[in-house]
Design a protein around this ligand. Structure first.
Ligand code: MLT
Ligand code: MN
Ligand code: ZN
Length: 309
């Protein structure tokens, strides 16, 4: 199984267009050692030719341009992306769908029912797309049962329900239901390796923890370092928890959980918010992650899971 990180930042990207926080201005002025990042999305493949796209960020055109393997160029209009799986209905994970409207057939789209509902009502992207390529919708049940998607037919995808939050525009904001946000346990049948992916993870509940313990690689929510990071930066009144993101530090934080996994598990954070000090590669927070064996995803990063590795 091959995984390509198209974008590794949370909503807004890094630097965020209107933000002058320590990290955003530090990157612009060169005062910190950090890399720019686009908004979170990954592509997964079992043969390196056909791909499943997980989430479609507003930066998708830039991301696809930087992803040579996604354009096999076999015909005038072509793409390696065979299907799209949306793990939630957040703006940063869905609005890029509109940029795929030139597709020469309806897009194979996998979402849960609540996500489909939000994308047909509060943010009716799917209705708009019907006037272009249209979509071929497959309903995903958040029940852990394996499904197989075009683009990665040899990888069992287990949709794990988890508690995060529904988008701000959703009628279910602050009262999410199972299916508003998913994590995915990917079981690559050719290598026998497993990867767990959850860019939005608010609470470490039993099904999520079970999946993480099985995985050879976990690629999980790295939005914020502290729960009140955006408040301290003066950027917002929202805590990480209120947005459905488990902060890295503090009691019961992501670092504590990742520490409980086997040493052999590769641990990578993704969906990094632009206020998060781990973006500074020379900072003490990044050093602390290193001590715990935790990596930080960056755009263009590739992860290959093969038998024996
Ligand atoms: C989130 O992950 O909580 C949202 O994407 C934030 C946003 O898009 O503004
Ligand atoms: Mn987000
Ligand atoms: Zn910022």
């Amino acid at each position: 199984m091959k995984l390509h990180v198209l974008g590794s930042a949370a909503g807004g990207g890094f630097p965020q267009w209107n933000c002058n926080c320590r990290m955003c201005s530090g990157l612009r002025t060169g005062q910190i050692n950090a890399k720019a990042r686009t908004q979170s999305s990954i592509a997964v493949s079992d043969d390196g030719i056909d791909w499943v796209l997980f989430n479609t960020s507003p930066d998708i055109l830039q991301q696809i341009k930087a992803f040579d393997a996604g354009q096999p160029a076999r015909s005038l209009r072509d793409t390696g992306i065979k299907s799209v799986f949306l793990l939630d209905a957040q703006i940063d994970h869905t609005t890029g769908l509109l940029m795929l409207r030139e597709h020469n057939a309806p897009l194979n789209l996998y979402t849960t029912k609540p996500v489909h509902e939000d994308l047909s009502t509060g943010n009716p992207l799917l209705k708009v797309l019907d006037h272009y390529c249209g979509i071929n919708w497959f309903e995903v049940n958040p029940d852990n049962r394996a499904i197989n998607l075009p683009g990665a037919s040899n990888i069992d995808m287990h949709p794990i329900p988890l508690t995060s939050n529904a988008p701000p525009y959703s009628p279910r904001r602050d009262k999410p239901v199972p299916g508003d946000t998913l994590g995915i346990l990917m079981n690559d049948k050719s290598s026998g390796k497993k990867l767990f992916y959850a860019p939005g993870l608010g609470e470490m509940e039993e099904p999520v923890w079970d999946a993480m313990q099985q995985a050879d690689v976990v690629l999980v929510d790295g939005t914020m370092w502290t729960d009140n990071e955006m408040i301290e930066a003066g950027a917002s009144q929202k805590t990480a928890a209120s947005m459905g993101h488990l902060a890295q530090t503090g009691k019961g934080g992501m670092i504590e959980w990742l520490d409980k996994l086997p040493k052999s598990t590769r641990k990578i954070l993704i969906h990094i918010n632009n206020t998060n000090p781990i973006l500074n590669e020379d900072g003490p927070e990044r050093a602390r992650l290193k001590e715990h064996g935790i990596e930080v995803a960056e755009d263009g990063m590739q992860v290959v899971l093969e038998a024996g590795s």
